[in-house]
Design a protein around this ligand. Structure first.
Ligand SMILES: [Ca+2]
Ligand SMILES: [Ca+2]
Ligand SMILES: [Ca+2]
Ligand SMILES: [Ca+2]
Length: 479
């Protein structure tokens, strides 16, 4: 199948090679790392982000959906945009793509992925909203040409899996519906800084008595993801330990944590835990997200819950959108499910290999904490690709596909979580006595990470300068 897809990909690239937006020809394309694709109404804020990325050594090209639509072919805007991404990947070897706009500005792809569950009734449960479509660039995701994208082998008339689960580029979305909203997110990205607080992880473990126990699950994520090995300080709020309420979750979140991991029930606006009597207790909602006050210590949150990432709803923003659009705090990035996540109905001892969003969550953090993959987009898509390769034939099951396709990244995929959440650990004041050893370790780790992702040495030096300045300041304060 790879061979067949490879040929199709090659032919597609030849077909689209000569067509290029005029502004792209003028760009210095030799060192391009990333693309920002926005709407013309959001162009100013997107260009601000592009300039910022360029100033940090990440060469970025910014264009609009309207400009792409003039030059690229496709049956709809999403396909035209994807064909441009294919062109940029083949010609410039770009690594990541930022979709700078909510779905009415930069469309997502609804893939055919029918659920047996049909509630709530305000959307069509046969389709899952996924930006994976823009990351897997082989084929056209509709091998049988029936306009149902991403069908499994059984549904596709040609008997092939229409998705391309092996990512060529890493994709994240900034879900802004106005230039004001986009500027809020851009300002957060520009203001994201290392901080002692970002070293910490906040766990929020709700229960679903028949299916999972949040405390056990959070402990598992902490143990297997590699957070434990670097002595990451943590706070664990769980229903089982009776310290998880709407107020405690809100209070701790507002204090600022680099990483937030949660498991619970969810809908488009709310996260909830279930007690042993079957009562649902709210633990977070869009209001808590909107009113968050943790700036400038923005969190990166992986939400394991149903529908909290249903960013394609036409009538309202989902919880994940509220958290990233929050003005005085909230998140720098969120991974959340656009549809229903079934979870794994398995005993605790199978949590590690239990599959679905449960497993994708700790695999994502493992990419950051153990493998030191810097970009949140790369970490997510590599975790997904690992998952697909491990589960093999099971990926033809619709619930498995939904968890992998439906878990989207809202945020800048090139945001360097290793730099902000882990490396600060090595440069912490407790190590001030060993300052030169620490600086050497930081340099070694930076070079290792930099090499792995083609990071520019100039930005490593500028970060080192920043880092040694902060160390110097800390030492002066300590005197
Ligand atoms: Ca099809
Ligand atoms: Ca691929
Ligand atoms: Ca919106
Ligand atoms: Ca939306």
């Amino acid at each position: 199948m790879f061979f067949r897809k490879g040929i199709a990909f090659f032919l597609l690239s030849l077909f689209f090679l000569p067509i290029l937006p005029i502004s792209a020809i003028q760009a210095n394309t030799s060192a391009l790392r990333g693309l920002i694709i926005t709407d013309e109404g959001l162009h100013t804020a997107a260009l601000d982000l592009g300039s910022f990325k360029n100033s940090t050594g990440m060469s970025t090209f910014t264009t609009t959906a309207q400009e792409i639509a003039k030059s690229y072919q496709g049956r709809d805007l999403a396909e035209k945009i994807r064909n441009f991404i294919i062109y940029a990947y083949r010609s410039w070897n770009i690594k990541w793509v930022i979709l700078a706009g909510d779905v009415e500005k930069v469309p997502t792809r609804l893939v055919y992925n029918p659920d047996i569950y049909t509630e709530p009734e305000d959307y069509d449960h046969r389709f899952t909203a996924t930006d994976y479509y823009y990351a897997g660039l082989e084929g056209d995701w509709d091998a049988d040409g029936d306009n149902n994208f991403g069908e499994n082998r059984t549904m596709c008339a040609n008997g092939v899996d229409e998705t391309d689960f092996t990512p060529e580029v890493y994709v994240g979305r900034l879900p802004a519906s106005s230039s004001t909203e986009l500027q809020i997110i851009v300002d957060k990205i520009k203001g994201y800084r290392t901080s002692e607080k970002l070293r910490r992880t906040l766990f929020i473990g709700g229960n679903s008595p028949a299916h999972y126990e949040g405390q056990e699950y959070c402990a598992l994520v902490y143990n297997v993801s590699g957070m434990l090995e670097i002595s990451q300080p943590k706070v664990m709020l769980t229903t089982s330990s009776r310290n998880l309420t709407y107020y405690s979750a809100k209070q701790y979140f507002n204090d600022g944590f680099g990483a937030v991991v949660s498991i619970s029930h969810g809908d488009i606006s709310t996260l909830a835990s279930e007690d042993s009597q079957g009562n649902f207790l709210k633990i977070f909602d869009e209001r808590a997200a909107r009113d968050a006050t943790n700036a400038p210590n923005y969190s990166f949150w992986f939400i394991v819950a149903c529908e909290s990432g249903r960013f394609d709803a036409s009538d309202k923003d989902c919880l994940a959108e509220h958290i990233i659009l929050s003005k005085n705090g909230g998140c720098i990035g969120v991974i959340a499910h656009s549809r229903i996540s079934w979870g794994r109905w398995l005993p605790k001892e199978h949590y590690t290999s239990g599959g679905g969003a449960f497993e994708l969550n700790w695999r994502f953090w493992q990419k950051i904490f153990k493998e030191h993959i810097a970009g949140s987009g790369e970490a997510l898509y590599k975790a997904k690709a690992d998952y697909v390769s491990i589960y093999g034939k099971m990926m033809q099951q619709e619930d498995q596909r939904r968890d992998i396709l439906g878990m989207n990244l809202l945020g800048d995929p090139s945001i360097d979580l290793v730099m902000y959440i882990i490396i600060i650990e090595l440069a912490s004041p407790s190590a001030s006595m060993l300052c030169s050893c620490v600086a050497l370790s930081v340099l070694t780790l930076l070079l290792k990470i930099g090499k792995k992702r083609g990071f520019h040495s100039s930005s490593i030096s500028s970060w080192l300068a920043h880092s040694s300045n902060s160390l110097r300041k800390r030492r002066m304060n300590a005197r």
